[in-house]
Design a protein around this ligand. Structure first.
Ligand code: SF4
Length: 212
């Protein structure tokens, strides 16, 4: 067990990665591996336009703060919110994503973790009822209710990610319907998911460490 890694703060954005694929999380968080494909590059370029810190008032007088640093000592998280809107005292974190609304909860968990950090930092404020995700691909803004269920899922994800980081063994590649996610994954050349799956199907004894 790697207690040092398990005890470190986890970047909020990597909770999104964990929900997408625990193996990808392990590569990025534990092994600090990062490869760029067209999807990663597109997302980076789109974020470059919105990542400049700053505040401004809307025509209605509501405050909008960009690139808000976040952390939570109790949850062991650190990161940023792309935007936090203050609508007459009601805070709303907003996350920008390059694609379209996905079929998984990865973006929702990331957004909820941002809200949990904000609530810890501003305990005098009311609990945050909702956040929003803007998808560049569809140009749509999706409102996300920060329900008790989503909060529970987010806390469970944090615990699972920390446990995986501490155990020191890379998970197997995604299988079944979840394996469709590999098509967009920049780490494919490193992960070799299809090759590993075939070897496993043939009954080869695979120590996943050889693919690290
Ligand atoms: S290629 Fe697939 S299994 Fe490998 S890290 Fe990416 S999503 Fe996970």
């Amino acid at each position: 067990m790697n207690a040092e890694i398990g005890d470190e703060f986890i970047p909020i954005s990597l909770l999104n990665t964990y929900v997408y694929c625990p193996r990808r999380f392990y590569y990025e968080y534990v092994q600090a591996e990062m490869l760029v494909n067209e999807f990663v590059l597109e997302g980076t370029l789109q974020h470059a336009n919105i990542d400049a810190p700053g505040e401004h008032l809307t025509a209605e007088g509501d405050l909008m703060i960009r690139r808000v640093p976040l952390s939570s000592a109790t949850l062991g998280l650190t990161g940023f919110a792309d935007l936090v809107e203050d609508d007459s005292g009601a805070l709303c974190p907003v996350e920008y994503k390059h694609g379209q609304s996905g079929r998984w909860l990865n973006d929702h968990v990331q957004l909820c973790a941002q809200a949990l950090c904000l609530e810890e930092r501003l305990p005098e404020r009311a609990p945050i009822a909702r956040g929003a995700i803007f998808y560049f691909g569809s140009r749509r803004r999706e409102t996300v209710a920060l329900t008790a269920e989503l909060r529970e899922r987010t806390r469970a994800t944090i615990a699972q990610a920390r446990e995986l980081a501490a155990q020191g063994t890379i998970p197997a590649p995604l299988t079944g319907r979840a394996a469709v996610r590999c098509g967009d994954c920049s780490l494919q050349p490193l992960c070799l998911p299809e090759e590993v799956r075939r070897l496993r199907e043939k009954g080869a004894t695979i120590d996943d460490a050889v693919f690290d």
